[in-house]
Design a protein. Sequence first.
Length: 369
Amino acid sequence: MTAKLLLLPGDGIGPEVTVQVRRVIDWLAANRDLSFDLDEDLVGGISLEKTGEPITDAAMDKAMAADAVLFGAVGGPQWDKNAFDKKPERGLLRLRKDMELFANLRPALCFPALTDASSLKPELVSGLDIMIVRELTGGVYFGEPRGIEKLAGGGRKAVDTQLYTTDEVRRIARVAFELAGKRKGHVHSAEKSNVMHTGVLWREEVTHIHDTEFKDMKLTHILADNCAMQLVRNPKQFDVIVTDNLFGDILSDEAAMLTGSLGMLPSASLGAKDPVSGKARALYEPIHGSAPDIAGRNLANPIAAILSFAMCLRYSLNHEAEAALLESAVAAVLDQGLRTGDIMQPGKTQVGTTGMGDAILKVLDAAAR
Ligand code: NAD
């Protein structure tokens, strides 16, 4: 079956890293029994410049119809003073909202060659492989009422509302247990049920989904503050961590940095499965931004974008073998001692964005022989 992909390179280093993803896609189409229908459109600042919108309705229609969207990055200082609805980031937010991408998946994986690059001791991170599942469309970032108001006696009052419903918790819990089923089968659910009502509901609903649908998995409840501590104390105890939007924002950044540079870190955002086709809307993106400080200079690390495409192969296209092939090609290039500037270490060889893409393709070529 032909996989329908929409490429949205965006701004800054987005186009540079997605060019390398495109080369990998072309390689797979030429060397494996896979076929892709690849389209490309504008998002972010470049879309604002050319169309006046951070993403057009036409590009949104393509995203809704695609098997997966491959996103680069958006933003840059030239658009910082734009009105709120004319900011490049609105393009990404619209994609997340209209595609109803409620589950954000962020792996924290430590490549053997980069064990020394972590701020933790090598023995704590070597072989590390965690998946953080963050609820992305609910919780305190969206709950009403919210806002800042003036108080009668002077001063102001700010309110944000943490709000979760049964359905919101159950659907993210299912995503976590399904993922755990393909991994080591252990889910940690992180909340603050000791001090928050939403935490009590979260714990009860995750337990319910476990007991009724995923009894064969292991479920451990953990308070979010303890989870933050355990991530730096003994990160290898975790397999899948499921948590809400706010705690997930913080815990996923913490877990990601256990393994080194922003330029190495992929992510996926998934929507609900269509009851008929079983397919879920999906967007894959490196977690880094548009890096204006290095844009256009062949300095960006394309590995996060390439690993995001590996996630796409695994989770949207069901091509586990090719996902694993890509990941092992990345590991092999790192083992050869090739590094982009962001992960450069003494004694290693520095390459640019294109050089890193070349090296990965060379390893793939050798594997195909
Ligand atoms: P950033 O992630 O763009 O860059 C942070 C630092 O990491 C920079 O020094 C950059 O050079 C480096 N870096 C990032 N990715 C790299 C890569 N692949 N290879 C090598 N080095 C890399 O974050 P920022 O500087 O805070 O933001 C820059 C712009 O990106 C802002 O406009 C921000 O709003 C936007 N942004 C977009 C996204 C997104 O599109 N999802 C995410 C974060 C920030």
